[in-house]
Design a protein around this ligand. Sequence first.
Ligand code: GLC
Length: 723
Amino acid sequence: MKFGIYYIRRLFTGLVLLIMQPPVNAQPASSTEIKISDLVKKMTLEEKVAMIHATSSFTSGGVARLNIPELVMSDGPHGVRVEHGRDWEADKNVYDSGTYLPTGVCLAATWNPQLGYEFGKVLGSEASYRGKDVILGPGINIIRTPLNGRNFEYQSEDPYLVSRMVVGYIKGVQGQGISACVKHYLANNQEVNRNFVNVHMSERALREIYLPGFKAAVTEAGVNTVMGSYNLFRGQYATQNSYLVNEILKKEWNFKGALISDWGAVHNTMEALWNGCDLEMGTDLSMLPNPRYDKFFMGDTVTKLVRTGKIPESLLDEKVSRILYVMAKTTMLDRNRKKGEYNTIAHQQTAGTVAEEGIVLLKNENNILPLTASIKSIAVIGYNAVRKQSMGGGSSQVRAFYEVTPLEGLKKLAGNKSSITYSPGYKIERGATADPALIQQAVEAASKAEVAIIVAGWTHGYDYSVWSDNAYDAEDTDKPDLQMPFGQDELIKAVLKANPKTIVVLMGGGPVDMTQWIQDTKGIIQAWYPGMEGGNALAKIIFGFVNPSGKLPMTFPKKLGDVPAHKLGTYPHDEKKNLYYQDDIYVGYRYYDTYKIAPEFAFGYGLSYTSFSYSNLKVLASGKKVTVTVSVKNTGAVAGADVVQVYVHQQESALARPEKELKGFQKIFLKPGESREVVITLNEDAFQYFNDRLNKWVMEPGVFEIRVGNSSRDIRLSGKVKL
Ligand code: GLC
């Protein structure tokens, strides 16, 4: 039943829209709009059609006669991608190495929206330098299953954290005169059969979990482009989905920019034309090696449809106007964009700061960390200690200007104070299992050293020059399970036995199953894919030059069977490729905390080398606003940062609500002994939920608990307010 009513609603909406003309802007036309409409009036029908589809792998048509350039796009979310020729053949001998920023999850793990802005600024500046107009990022699909191969590119399981981080990022990019492209709209939460899976979810899950990040991108950050995703949504391809694009994106949110298809995501001319797709990209991929751009779904066919009166030219004009709007917002029409910068020290410093603030200290028993200068010998073990990750992962690949690996960072910082040995411990080869000789070599090294550091985890695939069909964190593939590959668990257990003073560093886009060794491991660090400065950031944290402040942007479950998307058996899809999000609004901690399932490490969790106390909580309501004030003190001996998290729990509601929901947070940096007051304002929307029986957001009067802590499961203080 939950899914049934939406098809009726959608059918009705579709019929209404079929009759309705595209929404007309009621405001008086701005100078940009006048300029755009003048340009459109001057165009021939053929010129208009040329603008709404690709003219090469990463460009869409311009109109030379009217001085309208091609729109030049590039991936990706954490760096400007290698140069692809106009026909997907990578350009040779071009200078296309750039700043390789930490990937999305590492940025989200900083819980620092200002850093999101700095991150976006670097990306926009480098895209501008490389002559791009649109950078195809951020990727913000909700992390619903830890197996999704592209989680590394995304941000979080929580819509509020996504919403806060995405705004800064987009403003940073677009402040450089470049358009961001928030993706993948919508519900591309796995890679298994991404082109055909038909996602169904309740209206409540849609509104409360999967839309908020995109809504913030459009209505708060003013993103200029949105990328439609491959999958179907309630039976219609997302990129040509009347409900998602015409109704929600363009009508409800008043989105003025362009909906760009994912590459090859358009499947039907009339649906794409009528249901809001403005620009068709990537259909050439199915035509290689002889791409015919005029034969796209939104190619010359459209000219015939207009000429024969099957579609009104105004429908085409609206798409062209939106593309010209993007060009106007990226200073392409008056070409006064400031010049970007490339591979600057400042860009590399931002990459380093994001890594330092995004790496998460998960375990630190007996304060095994940070390592003191007295440690004279360290055995570094694991292929991930030397592996360059930047070119992995798929379309988000970046040819890093340089990439400091964990081993390089550790050696550089240790200098001659400690002797550092290295042994691979495992092989990154298709289907490789534990290698006794490599394990023996690692065990010997560990037994001779005071401390061992194993750098393990996931990888971007075997051959980092391209992503392969056996990659673990990459596009177009999901992980088979949470078991670390290549016999890493056996390696870790053997090394721990040889030397209990062993630290495990995990790289990757999300959790692994740690059950075989976590009890015996005193130090665990989650390093994600920390970008070009990642090795330096990791070393600074291990040796105590930087106090870790990262907080998990997703829950680390004890085992895959605990994950709601898997527990309710809806992943990856049924025999007809339907995928029902039966977990509904209970994604991540909303599930674990409501159903009392203990995770390995909780959403919002991360340790520090210092400690923080919370006191003097005040919760004051004024109308439907609530001001939360709390004092935070650094009670330890070193400077550090904590993230004050505010969760809301409604005691009684007509429809069941999760046990808690994140509705506010603030990162605070404090010196030893320093105390500061944090003030977080909750507006009415922090107390609302979407009642999909009434089909509207509601704020039901009653008692709300305001729970304040530094992780979803470490609530330090709570108060109540009656609204
Ligand atoms: C890919 C990805 C998308 C990327 C696009 C262009 O298939 O899904 O994220 O931006 O194609 O490379």
